[in-house]
Design a protein around this ligand. Structure first.
Ligand SMILES: CCCCCC/C=C/C(=O)SCCNC(=O)CCNC(=O)[C@H](O)C(C)(C)COP(=O)(O)OP(=O)(O)OC[C@H]1O[C@@H](n2cnc3c(N)ncnc32)[C@H](O)[C@@H]1OP(=O)(O)O
Length: 363
């Protein structure tokens, strides 16, 4: 271990232990040598990362998560470039809609929300991260759903920008540890998840998923709470909870066995079997699959026709279909969040998240 990397690792650890909040805002791994700010080179940084992996004494989950938070800050400049690039691609994507005919809702950082032809479209707009849902996005989606539930559109659509529908929970969400430590983080996350899933359970109008590409984790589990799910034949459906040391959410522990039978649900939710769009359709999770080349055209033509049906009849029909289940779904949601709160503090879960963040594991 070089003197440089020893100092770098020591500084990360000391900061993490002494002042967790300061560590989160620690400037991207700058060292001060003889009064001059010196940025650690990529090589120094990678050396330090390797040394951390070789340490004989485990520094504990909390310190490890903070080290990875610092690791993510080193990628901040890349994130800036990525964000600009996602802005460019979102303006390309929204150009599919007719300019002027579309009422775009402002104020969302990672969503594009539009209303046209009686349809409110909520598009996850973080294509560079495969539409992984950051903490801020959870709040933005909740706000968009609450707003859509009261607007004058007749149906609401959730879709993704870019090649993915959604890669699930952003695995860096757990590197942002508050002063109360991992326990407080797990408690807050469970509360947020409960509210988030609650918005889908209570959504009063027809809710349609337009699954434009692969869906992972919570991007899949919540599909059981949609009224209709259309998928491109490029979409896949993956709930790798076992691999991540996690357990099911989004009411999937109840909706999936109901939709596809307990054995098929267990293969997905316990063993993480990934389904193709056609398999998901055969098992009832997806309503209809379209060839990718005609997916957008076919789906939007159909949705525009549906949106012209009498809105009150659609609303009432949804209520008749779903209302008897609501109480049960809220109870399932609460129990899933309680179990997950424990899971998030487990070594199995923290190690899996760190393996992904250190680029040692992908699905
Ligand atoms: C906090 C409270 C709520 C919690 C609710 C519980 C929810 C649980 C879940 O959703 S579990 C599922 C979590 N998701 C994953 O495990 C997916 C992880 N991602 C991957 O395995 C891969 O990225 C991939 C298979 C989705 C795509 O692979 P590939 O096509 O090779 O692309 P990249 O890996 O290069 O991805 C590009 C870019 O996106 C970043 N990224 C993708 N998915 C996530 C993610 N879920 N979280 C964070 N970041 C993600 C990836 O790191 C790349 O970023 P980079 O360019 O390296 O900066």
């Amino acid at each position: 271990m070089t003197e440089f990397s020893r100092r770098l690792v020591r500084r990360c650890w000391l900061s993490a232990v002494q002042n967790p909040l300061q560590v989160i805002s620690f400037p991207a791994l700058q060292l001060h040598v003889s009064g001059t700010a010196m940025r650690a080179s990529q090589e120094d940084f990678e050396n330090a990362m390797n040394q951390v992996k070789l340490l004989k004494k485990d520094p504990g989950n909390e310190v490890k998560l903070k080290l990875y938070a610092l690791y993510k800050q080193e990628t901040a400049r890349q994130n800036y470039v990525d964000l600009v690039s996602s802005l460019t691609s979102s303006s390309k994507s929204s150009s599919q809609a007719k300019p002027g005919a579309d009422r775009e809702r402002q104020g969302y950082e990672n969503l594009v929300v539009t209303s046209e032809d009686g349809i409110t479209k909520i598009m996850l707009n973080r294509p560079i991260k495969k539409n992984a849902i950051s903490t801020q996005m959870y709040h933005e989606i909740m706000l968009a759903l609450k707003t859509a539930s009261k607007d004058d559109s007749t149906i609401t659509v959730l879709t993704g920008n870019g090649d993915y529908y959604c890669s699930g929970n952003d695995l860096t969400n757990f590197t942002d540890i508050p002063a109360g430590g991992v326990e407080e983080k797990a408690k807050n996350s469970a509360l947020m998840l409960r509210d988030f899933v609650g918005c889908f359970i209570d959504f009063p109008k027809p809710l349609i998923a337009v699954v434009n590409g692969p869906a992972v984790g919570i991007g899949v589990t919540t599909l059981g709470l949609f009224d209709v799910v259309y998928a491109s034949d490029k979409a896949t459906f993956h709930t790798p909870f076992g691999h991540l040391g996690l357990s099911p959410e989004g009411c999937s522990s109840y909706t999936f066995p109901k939709i596809m039978g307990p054995a098929k649900a267990a293969e997905m939710l316990i063993f993480g079997k990934k389904l193709t769009a056609r398999e998901a359709c055969a098992q009832g999770l997806v309503t209809e699959v379209f060839p990718d080349s005609i997916f957008q055209k076919e789906v939007w033509t159909r949705l525009k026709a549906y949106s012209k049906l009498p809105p009150n009849a659609m609303r009432v029909s949804k209520q008749v279909i779903r209302n008897t289940e609501k109480e049960k779904l809220h109870a399932v949601n609460a129990e899933e969040c309680r179990v997950l709160r424990e899971r998030w503090m487990s070594d199995e879960c923290i190690n899996a998240a760190m393996n992904f963040l250190s680029r040692r594991a992908k699905l």
